[in-house]
Design a binder for this molecule. Structure first.
Ligand SMILES: *[C@@H]1O[C@H](CO)[C@@H](O)[C@H](O)[C@H]1NC(C)=O
Ligand SMILES: *[C@@H]1O[C@H](CO)[C@@H](O)[C@H](O)[C@H]1NC(C)=O
Ligand SMILES: *[C@@H]1O[C@H](CO)[C@@H](O)[C@H](O)[C@H]1NC(C)=O
Ligand SMILES: *[C@@H]1O[C@H](CO)[C@@H](O)[C@H](O)[C@H]1NC(C)=O
Ligand SMILES: *[C@@H]1O[C@H](CO)[C@@H](O)[C@H](O)[C@H]1NC(C)=O
Length: 339
């Protein structure tokens, strides 16, 4: 009698816990849906039942995409196409796609040794174009054979081709890693706090599977640069005076379901070379997905300095480090992060 009452009570507790989580998720969705003016916030729940090993929802999303098309390139192929996600039929927590310059061999090497070590829940690949230089190409082939983590497209690797690279990443994920629940797009000069990120994704961020999620450092009312800038853009390239709300491209977290939706639109609208504006601004707006700010979960330079000089307790919780880091800084920050 007592026993059954107790177990009833425990069951009741679990039901209440579940209700709280559902409420949290509902709030997140609602705020995402109604947030034309005020941006959504990330609602965090914490349930020890969920671990980084799942359970995952492994429903795969339909992809409507031509293999040999990459935006306006009609003869696209993957020069190198590794399959690190194959065999994970029960799902993966995260796949990280890292835009990288073919010359940045050292940066890739440091990432492999620090935050980007592949695990049973996370896979990491680097996105490269064609360096169109036989010496560098050979080096890449070697690196790719050794590590199996280079995704290379047959377009020229160039600064103004970075949107090809980002969209190639979406294409690769949609076709070759659709079992990953979340997708992080980042650059090769960033630190990702991968321990904290896995806990955050598995336990806190709608553990039963967030959808329609794009979260990042959100940039608003950015003015189109018409002169004296690395980001100079002509009226032909972009007619408006301001960009839509978009994500800083060095760390963008997507839920898997938005990948095929972004890809379909990207394949069918004109090319624009600033990839974060194009993918997370223009296209995200077209598919109606809000960009949710990660706010304090992004490490500022100031907090990075506190982390490396005084220790992690002075930096607070974070998921991504600041961009434009040297390889030494990446190692230094990684060493300062607790397991
Ligand atoms: C899994 O995801 C699919 C597609 O979004 C959804 O329809 C389904 O309800 C989800 N299942 C669970 C158990 O969350
Ligand atoms: C497309 O690529 C293939 C193989 O690289 C090549 O043989 C063919 O000529 C290319 N076609 C066009 C239209 O560029
Ligand atoms: C190819 O790259 C190597 C190594 O960076 C460089 O020394 C060489 O000049 C490059 N060749 C051409 C044709 O650009
Ligand atoms: C590949 O690179 C490794 C490490 O730099 C080197 O030891 C090896 O000889 C290279 N192999 C080829 C085939 O170039
Ligand atoms: C981008 O890649 C395409 C396809 O390889 C190439 O034709 C074009 O010249 C490249 N753009 C730049 C700015 O190098």
């Amino acid at each position: 009698m007592l026993d059954s009452q107790n177990s009833d009570r425990i069951e009741m507790c679990n039901i209440l816990k579940a209700l709280f989580i559902i409420l949290g998720i509902a709030l997140l969705y609602n705020s995402q849906q109604n947030s034309k003016s005020s941006p959504a916030i990330v609602v965090r729940v914490n349930d020890p039942k969920f671990t980084v090993l799942g359970p995952y929802n492994t429903t795969e999303y339909e992809v409507d995409d031509l293999n040999d098309q990459l935006i306006d390139l009609k003869n696209f192929t993957f020069k190198v196409n590794p399959q690190p996600c194959q065999g994970y039929d029960a799902g993966l927590l995260l796949v990280v796609i890292i835009s990288s310059n073919p010359n940045n061999c050292e940066k890739r090497s440091v990432i492999r040794k620090t935050w980007g070590r592949p695990t049973d829940t996370t896979k990491v690949v680097f996105l490269l174009g064609d360096p169109e230089n036989i010496t560098i190409s050979k080096r890449i082939d070697n690196e790719s054979t050794t590590h199996g983590d280079i995704v290379q497209g047959n377009f020229k690797d160039a600064y103004r081709n970075m949107t090809y690279k980002h969209v190639m990443g979406l294409k690769w994920v949609a076709h070759h890693c659709p079992m990953a629940k979340y997708v992080l797009k980042t650059d090769d000069d960033v630190v990702v706090n991968s321990h904290a990120l896995r806990q955050f994704l598995a336990r806190e961020l709608s553990p039963w599977g967030a959808s329609s999620l794009i979260t990042c450092q959100v940039l608003q009312n950015a003015k189109v640069q018409r002169s004296r800038s690395k980001w100079i853009v002509s009226k032909n390239e972009y007619a408006g005076g301001f960009y839509p709300t978009y994500c800083a491209g060095w760390a963008v977290l997507y839920s898997q379901d938005v990948i095929p939706r972004l890809l379909t639109v990207a394949q069918n609208i004109p090319y624009f070379w600033i990839d974060d504006v194009h993918v997370t601004g223009v296209i995200a707006e077209m598919i109606g997905v809000t960009r949710t700010p990660l706010s304090s979960l992004i490490l500022s330079s100031k907090r990075m300095n506190l982390l490396t000089s005084l220790g992690p307790e002075y930096a607070g919780q974070f998921l991504f480090g600041p961009p434009d880091l040297t390889v030494d800084k990446v190692s230094q920050i990684w060493k300062a992060i607790p397991e």
